[in-house]
Design a protein around this ligand. Structure first.
Ligand SMILES: Cc1cc2nc3c(=O)[nH]c(=O)nc-3n(C[C@H](O)[C@H](O)[C@H](O)COP(=O)(O)OP(=O)(O)OC[C@H]3O[C@@H](n4cnc5c(N)ncnc54)[C@H](O)[C@@H]3O)c2cc1C
Length: 347
């Protein structure tokens, strides 16, 4: 374990905001983690956890010990004819997990291909894309309590997953460090194609390379390829254009609110959540109010996806949040909806 002082963590966050950690330590083993936590306790320093840095908004100075999680490893715990149960280290790269699973005939996470970040951060907001969320293949996770240093296994029920939500954003916020995640994969071929754009992309790619489309033969690899194609065509690559993906959560509103908004925007896009509520794509609202492609104080609303704010000038989190506030105020004024920010502020 090697604790460094005043470390520039700008290269480790995909929004590329200037940020310096008072103390910084890479965590490669359970022993590193326990030693670092004991060190922080002895010095009275706060602890902040960093994975792939793709969903954080750091302050310019982080007055804490930043633990950069690099815990690697994968272990197949069970492998039957129909299912495989695999435990992954929290520092494994999520997209590499998806590709590894596919290459082994383990299915269920293909819709989540190309989501940046680490395996350990995936349960924090129950990552989701193209109609599938982490919870669909989640079995359990192991985490270390930051105060007691004891290990705890969280079952799926204990994680209390929701839309971009889990217990780790609620009562367990900032209390645990996730060290391992166990997933259960299907070994029978099936494809989750409820998302219309995904099905049409599978068809397009199929016709391009294999001739007449045969939906009954769609494989999880076809789905992953279509997801990758869609994401690369719509979302900016953080290496080229710093961003944190979706900046706002899609608001879930009562049916009555949707009816009210339809008076103003008859073409409003909504998705059913349950019989009383619907989800409105925040990007649709932002686009409708004319923000798409706009630059505000050096921060840009992405021209292909209004939900993504990009930071080409590598400005501070405060600058990015100022632009986000202007968008939130505009959406509130015109729709009465308060947009919630998706990435996590770290200070
Ligand atoms: C281009 C782009 C596209 C994206 N698309 C999607 C998408 O489709 N769906 C989606 O859900 N998300 C998406 N995201 C957001 C992001 O990729 C996910 O939230 C991802 O899970 C974050 O992983 P990370 O390792 O980068 O976490 P970080 O950004 O490092 O951390 C995020 C939060 O988790 C905490 N944390 C990280 N690791 C641990 C750990 N081991 N234990 C405890 N706490 C931890 C951090 O303290 C922080 O609060 C996208 C981001 C980008 C940049």
């Amino acid at each position: 374990m090697h604790i460094q002082e005043k470390v520039n963590i700008q290269p480790f966050v995909t929004l590329a905001v200037p940020a310096v950690a008072k103390f910084y330590c890479e965590i490669h083993s359970q022993q590193d983690l326990l030693e670092a936590l004991r060190w922080a306790q002895a010095k009275g320093e706060r602890v902040v956890v960093l994975g792939g840095g793709s969903n954080v908004l750091p302050d310019e100075f982080i007055n804490a010990l930043v633990l950069h999680i690099k815990l690697l490893g994968k272990e197949v715990l069970q492998n039957t004819d129909t299912q495989a149960e695999v435990q992954f280290g929290a520092g494994e790269v999520w997209h590499e997990l998806v590709m590894w699973a596919l290459s082994n005939g383990f299915y269920g996470v293909e819709n989540l291909a190309l989501i940046p970040g680490t395996v350990g951060a995936a349960p924090i907001q129950n990552i989701g894309a193209y109609g599938v969320e982490l919870e669909h293949c989640f079995k359990s996770l192991t985490a270390v309590n930051r105060d007691t240093l004891h290990e705890k296994i969280f079952t799926k029920a204990e994680c209390d997953f929701g839309y971009r939500d889990s217990v780790f954003k609620k009562i367990a916020k900032d209390k645990y460090i996730i060290t391992q995640v166990t997933l259960v994969f299907n070994k029978t071929i099936s494809a989750a194609l409820d998302y219309p754009a995904l099905l049409s992309t599978v068809e397009l790619l199929w016709q391009h390379s294999r001739g007449p489309f045969k939906p009954e033969l769609i494989s999880p690899i076809d789905v992953a390829n279509a997801v990758i194609h869609l994401r690369q065509s719509k979302l900016p690559d953080p290496q080229q254009l710093p961003n944190v993906g979706s900046f706002f959560k899609n608001p879930v509103v009562a049916n009555a609110k949707v009816e009210e908004l339809k008076q103003r925007w008859p073409d409003i896009v909504v998705f059913n959540v349950d019989e009383n509520t619907k989800k409105i794509p925040a990007g649709w609202l932002i686009d409708k109010l004319g923000w798409k492609g706009k630059e505000v104080n050096g921060v840009t609303v992405h021209k292909q996806q209004a939900l993504v704010l990009t930071n080409p000038n590598k400005l501070s989190t405060a600058c990015v949040l100022a632009t986000a506030s202007a968008i939130q105020a505009s959406v509130l004024q015109h729709s009465g909806i308060a947009l919630e920010i998706e990435p996590q502020c770290i200070a």
